[in-house]
Design a binder for this molecule. Structure first.
Ligand code: FES
Length: 351
């Protein structure tokens, strides 16, 4: 039997299924409760129950002080509701609410998404998860090589699984190692999360997402987080790349159109390489702008929208210019550079 959990401040609610703990349900619903070990050891997931009853369904080592027990404090990672609950809990809303963490993770999958892009799927230990907000990025280290930074491509709701998209380049030793040497079960060190390119949970406004090339990673994380919350907001996704190969998850984006009401997707594959774009910067800017104007012709008024962009700086500026022409509020425009992709540096000279 499922039960509803309501958080007092900030007001949020989620449903806990049969056999789930409060923490597991919160993570699945994209609600960022404070936690650490998720196994009853650290006490970081302590919340105060204002109404309703819970049952401890897992063992715990952490001892809740008597005074706190009397005030109805419980551990969210080991308790399941017995009826609908109202709780007082610490919820991360901005990047400032999430501490920097360092942990070693195991490689679970390396998948070639295109001729130049790899998907790296890693799993955190059961007793040390990574807390992050959708849209943030990580430092990835492999012994003996200088670290690289990559946006997280998965949603916090995936819990222990973390997805990264790596463009394999000579300039990035981590991507080369992952492409050639890293095997399933190997350990990789992560540090983070970093960055404040995160979703404004309180906005409740239609969303326009724009990704360029592997900037799709951060945008995918945001999108999966928004849809996990079942807010039913109109979402428009525009993904632009150099060549068809650059839209390396095109079919996934198209499947979201069937899965989510109010979701639209436009994939724009430019028929020029990054090098060609960079060689003629003025013409390239005009090309990108024209494609955007064409793709966004149905979005006539963006005064009610929030805009999230992960792209190289020149593409961010072009997109911003187009959005301003459509009445976008400048303070509702959020941007992030493409991480871990040295090849994109050539487009930075576009202006
Ligand atoms: S997260 Fe550590 S005790 Fe619950």
């Amino acid at each position: 039997m499922e039960h509803k959990v309501t958080i007092i401040n900030p007001p949020q609610s989620f449903v806990v299924q049969e056999n789930e703990t409060i923490l597991e349900a919160a993570i699945r619903a994209g609600v960022s409760l404070n936690y650490g070990c998720s196994s009853g050891t650290c006490g970081l997931c302590k919340v105060q129950v204002s109404s309703g009853n819970v049952k401890e369904v897992k063992a715990r080592e952490y001892v809740i002080p008597e005074a706190e027990k009397l005030q109805h404090y419980i551990l969210a990672c080991i308790c399941a509701p017995q009826q609908d609950l109202v709780i007082d809990a610490a919820v991360a809303v901005t990047s400032a609410d999430i501490p920097e963490q360092a942990l070693s993770v195991k490689v679970r999958k390396v998948e070639r998404l295109s001729s130049q892009v790899l998907k790296l799927l890693v799993q955190t230990p059961r007793t040390k998860r990574l807390r992050f907000l959708a849209g943030q990025y990580l430092q990835v280290s492999i012994p003996k090589f200088s670290p690289s930074y990559f946006s997280i491509a998965s949603c916090p709701c995936e819990d222990r699984l973390i997805e990264l998209h790596l463009r394999v380049t000579q300039n990035d030793p981590v991507s080369l190692q992952v492409a050639d040497k890293v095997r399933l079960g190997d350990s990789i060190d992560l540090c983070g999360p970093f960055g404040d390119f995160t979703y404004d949970e309180n906005a409740n406004r239609p969303v326009v997402l724009f990704a360029f090339d592997t900037g799709f990673a951060a945008i995918k994380s945001l999108l999966e987080h928004i849809t996990a919350q079942e807010q039913e907001l109109p979402i428009h996704l525009i993904w632009m790349s150099c060549g068809e190969d650059g839209l390396y998850m095109h079919n996934l984006c198209r499947s979201w159109e069937d899965a989510f009401d109010g979701f639209t997707y436009h994939g724009v594959a430019l028929n020029q390489s990054l090098q060609q774009l960079a060689a003629n910067s003025q013409q390239s800017c005009a090309t990108v702008e024209n494609y955007l104007l064409e793709t966004m012709h149905n979005l006539t008024d963006l005064s009610c929208h929030d805009i999230y962009v992960c792209a190289p700086e020149p593409a961010v500026e072009i997109f911003k210019k187009v959005c301003l022409q459509k009445n976008m509020l400048e303070r509702r425009f959020f941007s992030e550079p493409v991480r871990g992709n040295e090849d994109m540096s050539c487009i930075v000279s576009l202006n």
